[in-house]
Design a protein around this ligand. Structure first.
Ligand SMILES: Nc1ncnc2c1ncn2[C@@H]1O[C@H](COP(=O)(O)OP(=O)(O)OP(=O)(O)O)[C@@H](O)[C@H]1O
Length: 217
């Protein structure tokens, strides 16, 4: 059975400055929804609203049912924020246990972690730490996962492997991704929105990305 997440008519302003005014975004299980936009357009704010950590009058819907605080429903939605969210003193062993993930399967894809099972996350490099966080969010059981800048800090080989497991994992869930390494987003997404001047634009050709002023393609 497929599932649907929708953010509809979201509005957001800070101190009278309008950030989001005309938002519609849909993600369905079995697909990857990309979200692009120049700095400060409100991509992270929109993700926080979807997650429920940033308050907004309008809500999001899962399968047409309103859900204000999705962060209370990890079975529905998991979220990779832009910043590191796993405390540095936590060991990989503990991360894999808490997220109920299989360390040997992870090491099979990323053999560089073979000897790091007992290391704390804070002792990993920035890219390694990010990789563990991405893997934890994407591989855990949930209907949807939302990733804010997953590719930043990863090396090109890791990026390719992450793209591979995102494309595999979308068989089981819906994924929403924003990243300024937009060509990687284009490679894997099934649906793409560009956020500009508070409005989401559903984009069907790469030329539209340029017309909307996001990037030269
Ligand atoms: N708590 C806050 N108080 C006031 N303004 C805020 C707050 N959080 C975000 N903003 C502003 O809202 C706007 C959108 O921020 P947001 O982080 O969502 O942008 P973004 O599209 O994710 O940008 P980037 O691509 O640079 O990460 C920015 O102008 C930012 O300064």
């Amino acid at each position: 059975m497929s599932h649907k997440l929708e953010a509809d008519s979201i509005q957001l302003a800070f101190d009278g400055r309008r950030i989001l005014s005309d938002i519609y975004l849909k993600c369905e299980t079995g697909g990857i929804t990309g979200l692009l936009g120049r700095n400060g357009q409100g991509k992270s704010c929109l993700m926080k609203i979807i997650y429920g950590s940033l308050k907004c009058d309008k809500s999001i819907r899962f399968d047409n049912k309103t859900q204000f605080e999705a962060f209370k429903r990890p079975d529905l939605l998991l979220y990779l924020p832009q910043f590191n969210f796993i405390p540095p003193h936590i060991s990989l062993k503990r991360v894999f246990s808490d997220f109920e993930l299989d360390f040997p399967a992870f090491v099979h894809q990323f053999p560089e972690f073979t000897t790091r099972y007992k290391s704390s996350v804070g002792k990993l490099s920035g890219g390694e730490r990010r990789l563990v966080e991405i893997y934890s969010i994407v591989k855990s059981a949930s209907q949807f996962a939302m990733l804010d800048e997953p590719f930043t800090h990863l090396n090109p080989i890791q990026i390719d492997k992450v793209k591979d497991f995102l494309s595999e994992e979308k068989q089981n869930k819906g994924l929403i991704i924003t990243d300024h390494m937009f060509r990687h987003v284009l490679d894997i997404c099934d649906t793409l929105y560009v956020l500009t001047n508070g409005k989401t634009h559903l984009v069907s050709t790469v030329e539209e990305i340029e017309e909307l002023g996001y990037a030269r393609v």
